[in-house]
Design a protein around this ligand. Structure first.
Ligand SMILES: Cc1ncc(C[n+]2csc(CCOP(=O)(O)OP(=O)(O)O)c2C)c(N)n1
Ligand code: SF4
Length: 285
C-alpha cells in the first residue's frame, strides 16, 4: 500500500466501499500497472462514470474527471481528441459501461481510439442496491429479477473484439497479478483496450446469490476461472459457466487520433484554424 500512496489522495479516505468489496483490489492492480510503467501522473487522465467503482477517481491523484452515468467514454474520447499525447484511462462499472453507456462503448471500440477501459464487472448495479445489468448471468437474482434473470448477458470481451478493439484482456480479482499485467498491456497498446476485471460485490450481488461474503466470492473466482491457454483445449460443455481469463485478443489496427492527424495533414489545415495549403478544389471563388 505504502508504495502506491503517491498515487492516492489520502485526504479523501476512508473510502466508501463495503467490507469484502473487490473494488480496492482492482484499484490496487491498476496502480501497480501505472507504477511499473512509470506513468507520469500529470500526463495521465483517469475518467470515471457513476457507480461504486467509478468513485475510485475521487481517491486518485491524477488528472481526474468524475462524469455522468454512462458517459465516461464520451468524455474520455473528447480528452483524447484534444490531447492525443495524454494517457487516458476510463474506470467504469458493468452497468455504467454496457447499459446506459453501451453505445459509447461499441463506437469507441469501432474507432480503436487510444483509451484503456478498465471495466469493474461485479455483475450488478452496486451503488443503487442491486438491479441487474447486461452482464448479470442468466438465472442470477437481482432486486429487479427476484426469480432470476432471463436475459442472456453480453460477453463484453467478445463484443469489444468484434466491434474493433485492438486489445482485450480479462482477469478476476483473485488473479490480481494477472490483472496488473493485463492493465499494463492495455495501457501500452496503441488503440482501444478493454480490460475486464471480474470483481466481488457481496452486498448487492453475493448475498442474493448464495455467496455470503467477499472471501467466498474470491474463492468462487478461483474455482471458476480458466486460463485462455487451458480453455482452448476444453469443449463448450466444460466451459459452461467458466470465466476465461488472460490476454483474449491483441491485434494492431489503425488508431483514431492518428488517423485524424493524418486527415488534418491531408486537408492542408492545421489545428487551431491555420490554413497551410488547401487541397485542390477546396478554395472558393
Ligand atoms: C442518468 C442516470 N441514470 C441513473 C442513475 C442512477 N445510477 C447511479 S449508479 C447506477 C448503477 C451503477 O452500476 P454499475 O455501473 O454496475 O456500477 P457499480 O455501482 O456496480 O460499481 C445507476 C443506475 C444516475 N445516476 N444517472
Ligand atoms: S455495494 Fe457492492 S460494489 Fe458497492 S461498495 Fe458495496 S460491495 Fe462494493
Amino acid at each position: 500500500m505504502r508504495e502506491l500512496e503517491r498515487y492516492l489522495r489520502i485526504e479523501k479516505f476512508p473510502h466508501i466501499w463495503c467490507p469484502g468489496c473487490g473494488n480496492g483490489i482492482v484499484l490496487g492492480s491498476m496502480l501497480r500497472a501505472v507504477k511499473r510503467l512509470d506513468l507520469d501522473q500529470d500526463q495521465t487522465v483517469i475518467v470515471g462514470g457513476i457507480g461504486c467503482s467509478s468513485r475510485a477517481v475521487g481517491y486518485l491523484d491524477f488528472n481526474t474527471l468524475h462524469t455522468t452515468h454512462g458517459r465516461a467514454i464520451a468524455f474520455a474520447t473528447g480528452i483524447k481528441m484534444a490531447r492525443p499525447d495524454l494517457k487516458v484511462i476510463v474506470i467504469t462499472g458493468d452497468g455504467d459501461a454496457t447499459a446506459i453507456g453501451g453505445n459509447h462503448f461499441i463506437h469507441a471500440a469501432r474507432r480503436n481510439i487510444d483509451i484503456t477501459l478498465l471495466l469493474f464487472n461485479n455483475s450488478i448495479y452496486g451503488m443503487t442496491g442491486g438491479q441487474y445489468s447486461p452482464l448479470t448471468p442468466v438465472n442470477k437474482k437481482a432486486t429487479t429479477a427476484p426469480y432470476g434473470v432471463i436475459e442472456p448477458s453480453f460477453d463484453i470481451a467478445e463484443l469489444a473484439r468484434v466491434a474493433g478493439a485492438s486489445y482485450v484482456g480479462r482477469s478476476t480479482t483473485y488473479h490480481s497479478s494477472l490483472l496488473t499485467g493485463l492493465i499494463m498491456e492495455g495501457i501500452e497498446n496503441k488503440g482501444f483496450s478493454l480490460v475486464e476485471a471480474v470483481t466481488a460485490c457481496p452486498t448487492a450481488y453475493g448475498r442474493r446469490n448464495s455467496m455470503k461474503d467477499g472471501l467466498e466470492m474470491l474463492l468462487w473466482q478461483k474455482e471458476n476461472a480458466v486460463q485462455i491457454q487451458q480453455a482452448k483445449k476444453m469443449n463448450p460443455e466444460e466451459l459452461a459457466g467458466k470465466i476465461i481469463i488472460g490476454r483474449l485478443h491483441s491485434q494492431a489496427a489503425p488508431e483514431y487520433t492518428d488517423m485524424y492527424e493524418q486527415l488534418i495533414n491531408r486537408s492542408g489545415f492545421q489545428t487551431g484554424g491555420t490554413m497551410v495549403t488547401p487541397l485542390k478544389g477546396t478554395q472558393r471563388g
